[in-house]
Structures are given as C-alpha cells and as structure tokens.
Design a protein around this ligand. Structure first.
Ligand SMILES: [Zn+2]
Ligand SMILES: [Zn+2]
Length: 314
C-alpha cells in the first residue's frame, strides 16, 4: 500500500509499504483523512526517534462503511496502571503513529478495537480530524477547575492553542490568545481576546490566573512564567524534540503550579463537534492527497501554517 514513512530524520513516500498486520485485539480501517499536526512535524525532526508511518488524527472506515477515529494510546490493559484506569499512562503502551506503532498516513491502519470511536453522521470528515487534538484541549478541564472569572491566557496561536482557547472559553469568560501572527490570532474568532506576544509582555506581566503553553517551542514555558500571577497555574501542552533551558526559580518564588497535559477525553470532543460548538474547519489551510504527502509535510512545516489534511483518494 501507499504510506508516508518517517525515517527518524525525515519523511518519504513508500509505494510498496507492507499492509498492516492487526494484533488479536485490533481492527484494520481504510483511512480516508489524516491531519498533520505539530507532533508529526516534530517526529520528522527526530522527536521520540520514531521510525514508521506517522499520523494519529484520522478518519477511517470499516468494511461496513462506518466511520471511526481512534484514541492513540494502545495500552496493554493488563498492568497495574491500566487496572487503575490510567491507560494513557500504561508503561507497556505503544502510541499510534508516534511510538512503536504505525499510524494513519497510509491507505490502511490497524488500531485496537477498544480505542475506536464511531463518528456521528453530523460531523464532517474534515471536522472529525480535529477530534484527537480537541480531546487534548479538553484534557485541561479534566485536570483543572476553571472558574468563570478566571483570567486565562493561551500562549501560541497554532491549531492546538486555538482549540485550547475555545475549550477554556466554555469555562471562563476571560480568555486571551497570545501569539505572533495576526492572521492566525484572527482565526480564534470573536469570543476570545487576541493579543500580540510583545503587548502581553509589555502590559500583562504576572496577570493571568491560568496560562497554557501551546507554543510548541522551548521558550513557551519561560514566557508563561512571566505572564502567570503568583500562585497561578501553568498548563504545559508543548512537546518538542529539543530540551528546555530554563531557570525554575520563578516557579518557586511565585509558587506556581505546573501541570503537564497530554491526551484527553474523545467523547467530550465528539460531543462538542456534534453540537457544532467550535468552527474547527476554519483552521484548515490546505488539503493534499496521500500521494502528495511529502509536499503536504513541507506545507505543514512552514511557520504559521494552519491545519494541513491528507485526503486519501479511494
Ligand atoms: Zn496531534
Ligand atoms: Zn497497561
């Protein structure tokens, strides 16, 4: 089959990639759509040392034509962590298109049946590609109680930053998206306050109760420390190939709570899209066929690119 292959340092098309061989508890889906996210771009630059087919934000159909997406952590469901309901932290897990398991930038993908979520008819294929990152945004509300009066800042005007801002806006009336690109900031729409990073640093130091770092770069946490008020909370969403060079003293001095945040609840993301709560399709910048995946990756790599989607021609 046709697949995009990540070599650990780059991506290249493979036109005779072996068909997925499903494990006993897995189903094979024909992929129809797959989003390229910043994690994929990071993987192609060496993050996690991943070699295989990337792709974890996808829509696939089974032999009955039913549409599914899947959670990305493939847990063992036998260990102590899984027994406690912490499947996303299973030490034996593989991760779809990220760690020891091929992903969905291919004609077909194998995923654990237990991870499948059927996509309701009212959600378009293009919107459904956002279920996984939207679930990650909803994870913040699982980890942290956000009050209506909380001043919330989201750092980073990329796709994940905008999704986080939208989700947080359902809890707080005061959400500010902080970024560097007017065009991308504008995508967040009317209900979110938009601020250029330099203005935030000039006028809003130590102002926010909650700061989410969704910048995708190593300077995000330091900026978050500058914007978060004493005894405030920083939520870290950034995963990067490089490492942080950060003085942690400000966290201690300002008694800031730091929360790492990753994958989240798919049912909440699906329900939100079903209710048409967020205009996710506005975040799509380009659609390529699987054949053009290398070109699509180049596009997704460009600074300031919004969501790039691969559409498999059937
Ligand atoms: Zn992703
Ligand atoms: Zn386990």
């Amino acid at each position: 089959m046709i697949a995009l292959y990540c070599t650990g340092t780059n991506v290249r098309m493979d036109r005779s990639y072996p068909e997925p061989v499903p494990l006993v508890d897995e189903a094979v889906l024909s992929v129809t759509h797959c989003g390229i996210c910043d994690t994929d771009v990071q993987l192609a630059s060496g993050y996690m040392g991943f070699k295989g087919v990337p792709g974890h934000e996808f829509v696939g159909v089974d032999e009955n034509g039913d549409r599914y997406t899947a959670e990305i952590n493939n847990a063992c469901r036998q260990c102590e962590w899984c027994a406690r309901g912490l499947e996303t932290h299973c030490p034996n897990r593989t991760v779809l298109g990220i760690f020891k398991h091929d992903g969905a930038m291919a004609e077909r993908v194998a995923v654990p049946k237990a991870n499948l979520h059927m996509i309701p008819d009212s959600i378009s294929d293009h919107s459904a590609v956002f279920i996984e990152p939207l679930a990650a945004a909803f994870q913040i509300l699982e980890q942290l109680t956000v009050f209506r009066g909380d001043r919330v800042a989201v750092l980073g005007d990329g796709k994940l930053g905008i999704l986080c801002a939208w989700v947080l806006r359902t809890a707080s009336e005061d959400v500010t998206l902080i970024g560097k690109h007017d065009k991308k900031l504008a995508m967040a729409g009317r209900d979110v306050t938009k601020l250029r990073l330099e203005s935030a640093l000039a006028e809003h130091l130590k102002s926010y109760d909650i700061v989410v770092d969704a910048t995708g770069n190593s300077s995000g946490l330091e900026t978050a420390c500058q914007l978060c008020r004493p005894r405030g909370t920083i939520v870290l969403k950034t995963t990067i190939a490089g490492s942080h060079q950060l003085n942690l003293a400000p966290l201690v001095i300002d008694e800031i709570t730091l929360i790492g945040s990753r994958c989240g609840p798919f049912p909440k993301a699906i329900a939100a899209l079903e209710a048409d709560m967020f205009p996710v399709e506005n975040l799509i910048e380009a659609v390529y066929t699987l054949d053009q995946a290398e070109k699509a990756f180049e596009h997704a790599r460009q600074k300031g690119a919004a969501k790039v989607i691969l559409e498999m021609s059937s």
